[in-house]
Design a protein around this ligand. Sequence first.
Ligand SMILES: NC(=O)C1=CN([C@@H]2O[C@H](COP(=O)(O)OP(=O)(O)OC[C@H]3O[C@@H](n4cnc5c(N)ncnc54)[C@H](O)[C@@H]3O)[C@@H](O)[C@H]2O)C=CC1
Ligand SMILES: O=C(O)[C@@H]1CCC=N1
Length: 273
Amino acid sequence: MNSSASRIAFVGGGNMASAIIGGLLKQGHAAGDIAVMEPFEGARERLRQHFGVEASEQPAQALSGAALVVWAVKPQTFAEAAAAAAPHCAGALHLSVAAGIRSDSMARWLGTERIVRAMPNTPALVGRGMTGLYARPGVSGEDRARVERVIATTGEHLWVEHESQLDAVTALSGSGPAYVFYFLEAMVAAGLDMGLDEAQARRLAVGTFAGGAELARQSEEPLALLRERVTSKGGTTYAALTSLEQDGVKAAFQKALHAAERRAQELGEEFGR
Ligand SMILES: NC(=O)C1=CN([C@@H]2O[C@H](COP(=O)(O)OP(=O)(O)OC[C@H]3O[C@@H](n4cnc5c(N)ncnc54)[C@H](O)[C@@H]3O)[C@@H](O)[C@H]2O)C=CC1
Ligand SMILES: O=C(O)[C@@H]1CCC=N1
């Protein structure tokens, strides 16, 4: 087992851990400096084959000597994983991607204040992630910079000042890719109804989302103005947007994000004890 300042251990080796490990390796981090604690043999084997990293169900093996421990387990299993892992990660900096689990709970379980929470999203898999970060008071600038270096391998990040804001980040960008896919599914289905084939409809819908998002990114103008520029008086866009408004889609969408935020709060309460 290695022991070095660049050694990173993951607790949980599923989707999010894989996205971050993929980003680290692409940026030149040595596979030999990454280890994963993962209870399922199938998942361990996939990690070894795919990334060439060490994977073990034994906390001591996976965690000892890690300078950074990344928590990528479900909120429901965090407490159980922490009980097994805590004795083996003394002196480490901790980074959690779990939705809802508060840093207060982590500090209690792990006996340290060196905790940063992150809320990434799955476009991290292709280097286009958007991650919100929160550092517990007292986390040093050096520790923040270390976390930034890891997260930067998966895309962009932004810091929030208050931990409660991470629940909003979770609702907006953490869950957000699912909303994008949901709208894409609806656009593709409509395209099929109107006589396009699946491949054509998918290409048009995905290209439009990517292009619209890029235009918004490069523009400093209000989003409403970008929308109005598409909307000719008495034209097709006007017809579509009027139909959406009549059906209360914008209000329903905002309500949906509040439901996600509430669920993040509940996860923290239910599984942070
Ligand atoms: N999937 C997503 O879009 C996002 C997920 N998250 C958060 O990331 C965390 C992980 O989510 P996913 O990677 O999607 O889940 P996942 O189910 O793909 O991965 C979780 C892994 O943890 C392992 N595990 C279960 N019990 C364990 C234990 N006691 N010790 C160590 N490992 C254990 C499981 O075998 C599994 O491989 C969650 O807390 C979720 O809230 C955050 C942002 C986005
Ligand atoms: O659905 C969830 O709970 C996780 C957190 C954000 C995205 N997936």
